[in-house]
Design a protein around this ligand. Structure first.
Ligand SMILES: Nc1nc2c(c(=O)[nH]1)N[C@H]1C(S)=C(S)[C@@H](COP(=O)(O)O)O[C@H]1N2
Ligand SMILES: [Mo]
Length: 532
């Protein structure tokens, strides 16, 4: 059995790689390039895999009609279909590169280099590009050209010594062929193994908190939170800082075990009374306009004077726009949001979510980093102006558009109200309750809130005397708390200070005391303290 091309008449012909081997060389070179690139990307930065980057770039550069066509034809399989299609095209190009190089390796090397450069361009043009991302395409290019050169030399050898092989009775030709087959098999297996290990590593790092934090740092926000002026808070007096540090943010949930879902595995299903059922992945969120909103969150269980209130810059996407895309059917008055562990849900009034100025969010960022696991990583809901139990679902993975009559959510089954807008409230932070202060000029300071319109006035009084206007700190937004302070003249002894807030529309918080259940505590905060 001859595996070689017969020498042509009229002079010593250049040895040529047998056709099947030629095609195989090209395929193996490109496969090892992609495998090695995927491996390095898995170690360094999953999105920098040249193969995936080319796929992402293809999607980004595709016309809208093509993307829509792919989605409607293949549904959620559109990405696997794209990647498989890319693999077929790449392997055909690779085989062509090999076949073009039966005698000289220059044409194949050139084609493989062009593919490598495409990988560089795809990685480099990614919206989330960082310099280290160039490592994977660089390794790809190096491995691809090296494998091609080495295998090509080996394959030429199969043809190069026909006469010597004849002299040695073909045994050497057969073994050369075997060496080539063995080496090819090893290279192919190595390429697959590298790709597989890269895939496993990517799954570990893709969508980790660190990765999401990096993505947030690089992201371009279409709406930025307002700057917080230093005059917005008086932490030096003893009120909270305007933004609450993530580690200080109050925490309320029923979770015994915090769900540990990576952003890569996260998806949100939007279904029920909608025109278009949707499933959004984390990548889908990142592809939307990203907004940052400063919101003060409150728990309905906050007692008058309590500390279940905190403020954060939340980064995410506008929830109203997503609901409009889903198309809410008439009659649907509730959106039920459920966490990934399915152990908790909340029902939010549809009309509130659809208010143009409400600013409801699917949030994944908190003060510039990914949500901490205990605050809902990877994605939670935030609706300014509603208590958490009817709006702020952490680890959210399911939104069902339905009616209040059809579904009773977690806390409603336990006696809490359907509708739970945050009530206008205030709190005295200094002096500390039952604490002491110096007699004479005494500063009383604290916070007040009235979402979404904001605070118009705060008054204090001491020992049942006349109400006195407090000085209001600079307002950041109606969706956040507002600090206030007042100075009073006090003789030594025990005193009672009281506060009451009035909203921007002139409505003063009620004096009537109410328990936290069913829809939030009311009453004027009061503290007792000593002046000495
Ligand atoms: N999955 C889930 N989400 C949840 C809860 C919960 O128990 N489980 N508690 C809610 C309540 S009652 C409040 S007040 C807020 C608190 O959010 P935080 O812990 O980030 O402050 O989350 C809401 N989201
Ligand atoms: Mo809550």
């Amino acid at each position: 059995m001859s595996t070689t091309t017969a020498p042509q008449a009229g002079g010593p012909a250049r040895p040529a790689v047998p056709r099947p081997f030629a095609a195989l060389l090209g395929v193996l070179a490109v496969a090892s390039a992609l495998g090695a690139g995927h491996l390095v990307a898995g170690l360094v930065s999953p999105a920098s895999s040249p193969y995936l980057a080319v796929g992402d770039t293809t999607v980004r550069l595709s016309p809208e009609w093509l993307v829509e066509f792919a989605k409607s034809t293949f549904g959620t399989a559109d990405k696997p279909v794209l990647l498989a299609g890319m693999a077929v095209v790449l392997m055909l190009l690779a085989a062509a590169a090999g076949l073009a190089s039966r005698r000289r390796r220059t044409p194949g090397t050139a084609m493989i280099t062009v593919l490598g450069v495409l990988g560089f361009l795809a990685v480099g043009s990614s919206p989330a590009f960082a310099a280290l991302d160039l490592l994977a395409p660089a390794v790809s290019l190096g491995v691809g050209t090296t494998v091609f050169r080495r295998l090509h030399a080996l394959a030429l050898g199969v043809d190069a010594e026909p006469d010597a092989d004849l002299l040695r009775g073909r045994r050497s030709a057969v073994s050369r062929r075997n060496v080539l087959i063995g080496t090819s098999g090893a290279v192919g297996a190595g390429a697959l193994a590298a790709a597989g290990v890269g895939q496993v590593l990517s799954a570990v790092t893709t969508g980790s908190r660190d990765e999401v934090t990096q993505t947030i740092a690089r992201a371009t926000l279409t709406e930025r939170a307002p700057a917080i002026p230093p005059t917005a808070a008086f932490p030096e007096l003893g009120t909270p800082t305007f933004l609450t540090a993530n580690t200080e943010f109050y925490r309320i949930d029923t979770a015994l075990r915090i769900p540990t879902l990576s952003a890569a595995d996260w998806s949100l299903r939007i279904h029920g009374m909608v025109d278009n059922e949707m499933t959004l992945t984390f990548a889908d969120l990142l592809a939307r306009p990203l907004v940052e909103r400063t919101v003060t969150l409150l728990c309905v269980s906050n007692e008058v004077g309590g500390d279940l209130v905190s403020t954060s810059n939340f980064i995410g996407v506008d929830l109203r726009e997503i609901l409009l895309e889903a198309g809410i059917a008439p009659g649907a008055d509730q959106v039920v949001s459920t966490s990934s562990d399915r152990l908790w849900n909340a029902g939010t009034p549809t009309d509130v979510l659809l208010e143009p100025d409400r600013g409801a969010l699917l949030a994944f960022g908190m003060n510039g980093e990914a949500l901490p696991p205990e605050h809902g990583f990877p994605v939670r809901m935030v609706v300014p102006g509603l208590y958490g139990y009817v709006s702020a679902t952490k680890w959210v993975t399911d939104l069902e558009v339905t009616t209040f009559d059809a579904t009773q959510t977690y806390w409603l089954q336990r006696g809490w109200a359907r509708r739970a807008p945050i009530k206008t409230q205030s709190r005295i932070d200094v002096p500390r309750a039952f604490g002491g202060t110096r007699a004479g000029r005494v500063t009383i300071a604290g916070i007040a809130w009235s979402q979404p319109d904001g605070i118009g006035r705060v008054e204090v009084r001491v020992d049942g005397g006349p109400w006195q206007d407090a000085e209001l700190a600079t307002e950041v937004s109606g969706d956040t708390w507002r600090m206030w302070r007042a100075t009073v003249e006090l003789a030594p002894g025990s005193h009672v200070a009281q506060v009451r807030a009035t909203d921007a529309n002139g409505v003063t918080q009620t004096e009537a005391k109410a328990d936290v259940i069913p829809d939030g505590a009311t009453g004027w905060p009061a503290i007792v303290f000593d002046a000495t």
